[in-house]
Ligand binder design. Sequence first.
Ligand code: SF4
Length: 409
Amino acid sequence: MTASAQRRPTRQVVLAHPSRPVAVGGGAPVSVQSMTITKTADHEATLEQIYALAGAGADIVRCTCNDEAAAEGLARIVPRSPVPIVADIHFQHRLALAALEAGVSCLRLNPGNIRKPEHIKTVAAAARDRGVPIRIGVNAGSLDPDIEARLGVTPEALVASAERELAHFADVGFDDVKISVKASDVRLMVEAYRMLAETVDHPLHLGVTEAGPPPGGLIKATAGIATLLLEGIGDTIRYSLTADPVEEARAGRQLLEALGLRERTGVDLIACPSCGRAEIDVIKVAAEAMAAFSERELPVQVAVMGCVVNGPGEARSADLGIAAGRRRGHLFIRGQVVRVVPEDEMVDALVEEAEKLVADGVEARLAAADAGAAAEAEADRAALLADQGDDANASEARVELIRSRTGAG
Ligand code: SF4
């Protein structure tokens, strides 16, 4: 069963957009979010970043609305944005009202720093009247002080904060809500979302806040988000990385594709880790292939393998791959070698074949295999085995050496 088949049922909210409205929850595909790091008042720079984020896989983009100039920037950004825009609001409820005037598709409110019930209700009533959803964005680092004094920084406190905000919204008949309970501590975040999922039926926005720079930040965010998604919890996700936000959007998209929650749009590049048998610099060739494929939308799995001895067999589940041997590249489809090319043409051949594979299909490309390619590959494989033997990594020789030194065996 796929992760998507086990998703937690939720109500649905919709972020309006003239051409790309995004539904969150209620069976909609899990969406990817990111946040701009430009000054929102600089609407041209912000739009440029929004386009880059949308191109990298973001379905929804959030922009800070931290002053009047930012709200005015939003009024210029929203009509030209390729995706729905969420206004991020802290402390000043009047900026939430200004963002609604600007036409945003959603608000994010932090219940830890907009605390006066009358302010919260004024914003919720205005959002209700316009049909604009709100994300209740609870953050472990900025909890309402009285909740923190009572419950500490715990899953219970994060959930209680969200529930208090929901109660204020209910007072004005507003319930068009998604919720996040983020923490930078992965275990706290996971527990809080699990508890929240048992408590409400609203769609949930997942994130590990302040995860930090990659690779540590990517690992922390993935640990938290993937754990929950695989339990069926989570309807929209954001990686909070200290990096170019394009990396956040890309990571979010790649995670959903890896978990089978979104259809693949780009190449899934796999590569062997290399070892003593490698006939090429696998890291360099894989990076070259990644760069070449990043420009193209080819939904196939492609393998870069360091040797023809094991490469085609180990990567036989890949749609396409290339394995090196005796200064040649052995291009294979589903494990079958179809062409042998000079080593310096490996990446070009891989890209060319991937395009043909997507256009013509596997059967047609297998039928178009070069006569004799499989036999050539087998000859190269046999020659390498004869040169290197079965122990190209010299493990057995090392074991013998250890045994002779320790007197074992
Ligand atoms: S045996 Fe070949 S394919 Fe496997 S890790 Fe080593 S070089 Fe790569």
